[in-house]
Write a protein that binds this ligand. Structure first.
Ligand code: ATP
Ligand code: MG
Length: 419
C-alpha cells in the first residue's frame, strides 16, 4: 500500500485523555480511533493487526478440532434469566426495546451456545464437540483505563466444549493449553499459566494465561526455575520470597517472585451448570439422559494486541512481531525529490508486490527524518531504505525495527532475504 494514500496520519502528541501506553501509541500511529472510554474503532492498520491475530488464533482452534460459528451478539433475555445471569452478571448490558421485550448484549456466550449444541447432540456418539467464534463482546466495565486492554466493547475468541466425561474434558483442556501457549509465542509473548482463582462458580479446573507487563491489572507470584505461577488473589498463604512449593517438592531451592501481569486468556471448567439450567441432555450408552461436561476457553484478541504493544514497544514507538505486523516491509524512499530514486522505489515496490511481500511504501514527499520517525512509530518489522548509497554503492539499507540492526544488501539479495 502507498502511504500517500493511507487516509490515517501519524501525530506527534499523545491524546491527553489516554494514560495507557498502548492507546497512546496506537492512536498516535493511526491504528485505532477512540470513540469513548473503552470503545475503539480499528482503522486500516489496526484492522490488519487484529485480523492477523485472529488468523493465528483461528488456525490453532481449527487444528484442535474446533468448529467455527458466529453467534448472535444481541441476545434474548430468556436464557439469561434461566441461568440466573440476568441478575448475577454485573457487567451484562441489558437493553430495553420499544416492544415489551428485553435483550442482553453478549458478554460471553454460554447462554447461546448451550441451546445450539443441545439441538444437534442427541447421543453420546455426537460428543465431544468444541464450538468457537471470534467476535465482539460487550461489558459494562466500571473502569476502562487500560486503553484497548480493557474495553466495554472488545474482541474475544471464545470456545465451548462438551464432553461425556470429566476425564475427556481434562484431556482436551491440555490440548487447548498447548495451543494457547503457541498463539502467545507467535505474538512475541511468553505466557505463564496460573492456578487461577476461578470465576463465580466452583470449578475443578480454572487457569489463567498471564503475560508480565506493568500495564496489567493482576498480580502474580511465579517461579523462575519452574512453571509454577499463581494469581496472588488466591495465594493467601504465599508471598514474594517464600519457597516455590513446586521446587520444594522436587528438592530445588527457589523463591517466588511477584509480578504485574495481564490476563490474555483463561479456561474454565463449567461442569454441568449450563447444560442443567438450559436443559441440555444426551443419551448415554445405557440409554439414560445425562448432562454433558462443559468447558469454556476465552482469549482476548484486542487485549492481546494491546499487550503486544505494551510488552514490545520502545521509546520510539511500536514494535510488531512479524506474525501480527500490518505489513512485512516498510519501503522508505529517503530521496523523494530525486527522480532517479523515485523510479527506483516505484520499481522495487512493484517487485515486492509481485512477490506478495506485504509492503507499506512511503512515497510521500516529506523529509527523510520525518519518514524515519513515522516508520519507528508504526513498528513494521523490516525497513528498506532507498538513499544515496543505493546509487553510489548499489545497495539498500535493511533495518530491523526490533533490534535496530542495519544490513546493506543488493536488491537481489534483499528480495531473496525477504522471501
Ligand atoms: P478480567 O479478569 O481481565 O476482567 P475475565 O476474567 O472477565 O477477565 P473472561 O470473562 O473469561 O475474563 O474473558 C476471557 C478473556 O477476554 C480474558 O482472559 C481477557 O483476555 C479478555 N477480556 C476480558 N474482559 C475484557 C475487557 N473488558 N476488555 C478486553 N479484553 C477483555
Ligand atoms: Mg472481567
Amino acid at each position: 500500500m502507498r502511504q500517500s494514500k493511507l487516509f490515517t496520519k501519524t501525530r506527534r502528541e499523545a491524546p491527553r485523555d489516554e494514560l495507557a501506553k498502548n492507546a497512546q501509541l496506537l492512536i498516535r500511529a493511526g491504528y485505532v480511533h477512540k470513540e469513548m472510554a473503552g470503545v475503539y474503532s480499528y482503522l486500516p492498520l489496526g484492522r490488519r493487526v487484529i485480523e492477523n491475530i485472529e488468523s493465528i488464533v483461528k488456525k490453532e482452534m481449527d487444528a484442535l478440532g474446533g468448529q467455527e460459528i458466529r453467534m448472535a451478539t444481541l441476545h434474548p433475555s430468556e436464557p439469561w434469566k434461566q441461568t440466573g445471569g440476568w441478575d448475577a452478571v454485573d457487567v451484562l448490558f441489558k437493553i430495553d426495546s420499544r416492544t415489551e421485550k428485553e435483550y442482553a448484549l453478549g458478554q460471553s456466550e454460554e447462554e447461546i451456545v448451550t441451546p445450539i449444541a443441545a439441538e444437534y447432540v442427541p447421543s453420546y456418539k455426537d460428543l465431544p464437540i468444541a464450538l468457537y467464534q471470534i467476535g465482539q463482546k460487550y461489558r459494562d466495565e466500571l473502569r476502562a483505563k487500560s486503553g484497548i486492554m480493557r474495553g466495554r466493547e472488545f474482541g474475544m475468541k471464545d470456545m465451548y466444549s462438551f464432553h461425556t466425561t470429566q476425564e475427556d474434558f481434562e484431556k482436551f483442556y491440555e490440548i487447548v493449553k498447548q495451543a494457547y501457549l503457541r498463539i502467545y509465542a507467535q505474538c512475541g509473548l511468553t505466557a505463564k499459566v496460573t492456578e487461577a482463582s476461578g470465576g463465580s462458580f466452583s470449578q475443578k479446573i480454572s487457569y489463567e494465561f498471564m503475560v508480565l507487563t506493568d500495564a496489567g491489572e493482576d498480580t502474580i507470584l511465579y517461579c523462575e526455575d519452574c512453571d509454577y505461577c499463581i494469581n496472588s488473589e488466591v495465594a493467601e498463604t504465599l508471598t514474594e520470597g517464600v519457597a516455590c512449593p513446586n521446587c520444594t517438592k522436587r528438592g530445588v531451592d527457589s523463591k517466588l517472585k511477584r509480578g504485574i501481569a495481564s490476563e490474555v486468556g483463561n479456561v474454565f471448567d463449567l461442569g454441568d451448570r449450563y447444560p442443567r439450567s438450559l436443559g441440555f441432555t444426551y443419551k448415554n450408552e445405557q440409554g439414560a439422559e445425562q448432562y454433558p461436561v462443559m468447558g469454556c476457553y476465552g482469549l482476548g484478541t484486542t487485549r492481546l494486541m494491546g499487550v503486544i504493544v505494551e510488552a514490545l514497544a520502545d521509546d520510539k514507538g511500536i514494535v510488531w512481531p512479524s506474525a501480527v505486523a500490518p505489513f512485512a516491509v516498510h519501503l522508505v524512499n529517503a530521496l523523494p525529490n530525486d527522480p532517479e530514486a523515485v523510479s527506483y522505489a516505484e520499481n522495487l515496490y512493484k517487485l515486492l508486490s509481485a512477490k506478495n511481500i506485504q509492503t507499506l511504501y512511503d512515497d510521500r514527499d516529506v523529509r527523510a527524518g520525518e519518514k524515519f520517525a513515522d516508520s519507528d512509530l508504526l513498528g513494521i518489522p523490516q525497513r528498506v531504505v532507498i538513499g544515496k548509497e543505493t546509487f553510489s554503492e548499489n545497495t539498500l539499507e535493511l533495518v530491523s525495527r526490533a533490534t535496530g540492526e542495519i544490513t546493506r544488501l543488493t536488491q537481489e539479495a534483499l528480495l531473496q532475504f525477504l522471501q
